[in-house]
Write a protein that binds this ligand. Structure first.
Ligand SMILES: Cc1cc2nc3c(=O)[nH]c(=O)nc-3n(C[C@H](O)[C@H](O)[C@H](O)COP(=O)(O)OP(=O)(O)OC[C@H]3O[C@@H](n4cnc5c(N)ncnc54)[C@H](O)[C@@H]3O)c2cc1C
Length: 327
């Protein structure tokens, strides 16, 4: 079986950037996309804060550009999903849903994060029937309708503003009495006539109407305890993310579900690097993920050069600061 130099897991900004850099370094990388090509960016209608695009650009277009640039230098793309890894042995093993097994000298983990669920009755059953986690994908279906947005951070407000292009009214339901979103987004939201706010309130359940689509939400005021039913055609949920780290349980050191890295993007296993939101719950931006993808790729390159000179046991020991027996 061929041993890959580097396998990149995930096709978000961190993954495609790692692909670009390792391909330009002649490492012939293999990138396994996962189910969402482009990751969260593909779900974003407009990216305004990625440098080099002063007018902003649609998320899906940025993804296309990332992919094109990575492929231009030879990144091989596999449309598959990794469901098992073995980092306890070297070369590392990566297994996919389609039944393939790969061996790799180094791995870059960039599996990012997926939207957090509210975990209330009705949410699961009504997903795709009025419940959504992506304004860009589903906003169009709510033309002329009324929707609620749950959350108070940047994503919630940004997507809420976007939804006013379609919906006649967007009501933001937030569990606190002020938003966490950046001031510029708050200003835009407060000035938008189609937007309304319900403060100190959580969603208790999402309720179906006659046609088995969303008809209302049951709300609870966290200060007064008052419960009421609020009619709506759609529920857009933006309450944060959970890292896609399940397959690394028992393989890599983790904290609160995030893969632990040092400042060079090294994980607890020498030769396995991690970049983007899988290891970063602080910055969570396209630009920071791209930066971390760059760092992980450059470190993988250095690791592979040392591996060739010294062999895995020696490099591993050096990276972990261990003495090799008999060395
Ligand atoms: C609605 C919304 C709006 C946003 N707006 C902005 C913005 O305006 N500006 C900004 O800078 N940032 C924005 N962000 C955040 C930005 O999109 C993320 O910070 C960035 O995408 C993180 O990149 P990443 O590469 O770490 O992972 P992600 O984008 O999360 O991608 C993860 C990738 O890993 C893959 N994957 C997961 N599990 C597996 C597996 N087991 N096997 C193989 N592949 C796997 C997925 O398919 C996906 O391709 C927004 C996010 C959202 C959701």
């Amino acid at each position: 079986m061929t041993i890959e130099n580097v396998i990149i897991i995930g096709s978000g900004p961190a993954g495609f950037t790692a692909g670009l850099y390792t391909a330009r370094a002649q490492l012939n990388p293999l990138l396994i996309t996962g189910n969402e090509i482009g990751g969260q960016v593909a779900l974003t209608h407009e990216i305004e804060n990625y440098p080099g695009f002063p007018e902003g650009l649609p998320g899906p277009e940025l993804v296309e550009r990332f992919q094109k640039q990575a492929e231009r230098f030879g990144t091989r793309i596999e449309y598959d999903y990794v469901n098992e890894v073995d980092f306890h042995r070297h070369p590392f093993i990566v297994r996919t849903q389609s039944g393939k097994e790969y061996q790799a000298r180094s791995v870059i983990v960039s599996t990012g994060a997926t939207p957090r669920k509210l975990q209330v009755p009705g949410e699961e059953e009504l997903t795709g029937r009025g419940v959504s986690y992506c304004g860009t994908c589903d906003g169009f279906f709510f033309r002329g309708k009324e929707v609620v947005v749950v959350g108070g951070g940047d994503s919630a407000i940004e997507e809420g503003i976007f939804l006013t292009r379609f919906a006649t009214k967007v009501t933001v339901i937030h569990r606190r009495d002020e938003l966490r979103a950046s001031k510029i987004l708050q200003k835009r939201a407060f000035e938008n006539e189609k937007m309304d706010f319900i403060w100190d309130t959580v969603v208790e359940s999402i309720n179906a109407g006659e046609n088995n689509a969303v008809a209302s939400v049951t709300l609870r005021n966290v200060k007064t305890g008052e419960i009421r039913e609020f009619p709506t055609d759609g529920v857009f949920i933006f309450i944060g993310h959970v890292p896609n780290s399940q397959i690394f349980e028992g393989q890599l050191e983790m904290k609160d579900g995030y893969v632990v890295t040092n400042k060079y993007m090294h994980t607890s296993v020498p030769g396995v690097f991690a970049a983007g939101e899988i290891q970063d719950n602080r910055f969570r931006q396209v630009a920071s993920s791209v930066g971390q993808g760059t760092m992980a790729a450059m470190e993988a390159e250095k690791f592979l050069a040392e591996l060739e000179d010294k062999g895995y046991e020696q490099v591993r020991a050096e990276m972990l600061g261990l003495e090799l027996a008999g060395a």
